[in-house]
Design a protein around this ligand. Sequence first.
Ligand SMILES: Cc1cc2nc3c(=O)[nH]c(=O)nc-3n(C[C@H](O)[C@H](O)[C@H](O)COP(=O)(O)OP(=O)(O)OC[C@H]3O[C@@H](n4cnc5c(N)ncnc54)[C@H](O)[C@@H]3O)c2cc1C
Length: 385
Amino acid sequence: MDFDLTAEQQLIQDSARRMVGQHIQPVLDSHDPDTPLPKDAMRKVLQACSEIGMLGGRVPTAMGGTELSMVDLGLMYEQLPANVFFGVLSQEVTAARISSDCTDAQRDGVLADILASRKLACTATTEPGAGSDPRGVETRVTQDGDDFRITGRKMWISNISIADVVNVTGAMGKDEQGLAHMVRLLVDQEQSPFEAREIPTLGLRQGHLGEAVFDNTWVPAANKLGQAGDAARSLTLTWMGNRPFIGLCAANMAQQALDKAIEYAKERRQFGKAIAGHQLIQEQIADIAAAVTTSRLICYYALSRIDAGERANQITAMAKRQSLAACEQAISAAMHIHGAMGISRELGLEQMYRDVRMMPIPDGTNQILTLIEGRELTGIPAYRG
Ligand SMILES: Cc1cc2nc3c(=O)[nH]c(=O)nc-3n(C[C@H](O)[C@H](O)[C@H](O)COP(=O)(O)OP(=O)(O)OC[C@H]3O[C@@H](n4cnc5c(N)ncnc54)[C@H](O)[C@@H]3O)c2cc1C
């Protein structure tokens, strides 16, 4: 067992940290903190990620990707500011999902464009009536000669308001249990125009979370991905990696909250001494540090299990659920240590508090992750009646 990063991993972590400092943070700082970034600004962020090989992290080199190990890709994701995290994840995971089963023409066309961030991309599964249960999707896909028509509404989709191309999961009929036969279509805004808008939310306000309506939208046959019925498999495989990535982004925020809490506790004096000298403050600081360390370790471990080729459903679900619960509490505790200053906008902690509250929802809510863990441990699924 070796807990040290290799020299190569140290380089990966340093270059991601430098990339954020030089190319991403200045973009965030020069725009309104409460408004989604303009599309050009988001493209700059994605280009910076593309240059360090991040966007093709889960794409084989034969398909134009960088085929990183999941631990290495996690080291990069950990450095991203939360506001752009889901936008980058959306771009990267859409590339991964396309590469898992695409034609040569799709590889040389849309996939190459997404990897180079010439096209902005997202994956749209969630709908007003189907969230935790993706097999309940009702977006209807019908055949139109060799081509397709798509009708439905997608909601809570990262990047959709700025996307050039959307990987849409729709239903083409149902199986004997009444569950959707899921299919994946690439809907390109230029060929197949659709309407999209932002949904205002509690946190991650410089990011993009929105909805789109497809109204008998024509999609050419060449934009169908994979074989009918493989959409659920493709979603599950990528969710396994996404979960620890989200946990690492939360751990990075909790680390920043810890640094602020320690600095403030050493400066702020009450009852004749620095508050860091009060035992109950030390307890809170120790708890925040424990949250950061355990979150990092469980997420790195979960990613290493995917790299080892194991069925990692249970550990990746556990990693996200545990790290998000710990980091939400840690950021709240760091605010408490700052007293009234903790809720001021000036310090940035209130933004972290709003941002981290968004993170338990995508890629499996806490309840769904618990059920995944339960199913893996007992062999008995508890989802459906
Ligand atoms: C920041 C962010 C980014 C997102 N990005 C995307 C994206 O790019 N693409 C995309 O398709 N979607 C995206 N989503 C949507 C996200 O995947 C869904 O919101 C999520 O799956 C939950 O679905 P829901 O909101 O409809 O809640 P529901 O599924 O309706 O759940 C409501 C509540 O019921 C609980 N619940 C549901 N089923 C059970 C059960 N069996 N047992 C116990 N409790 C249960 C849930 O835990 C939750 O508390 C994003 C969401 C957020 C917040």
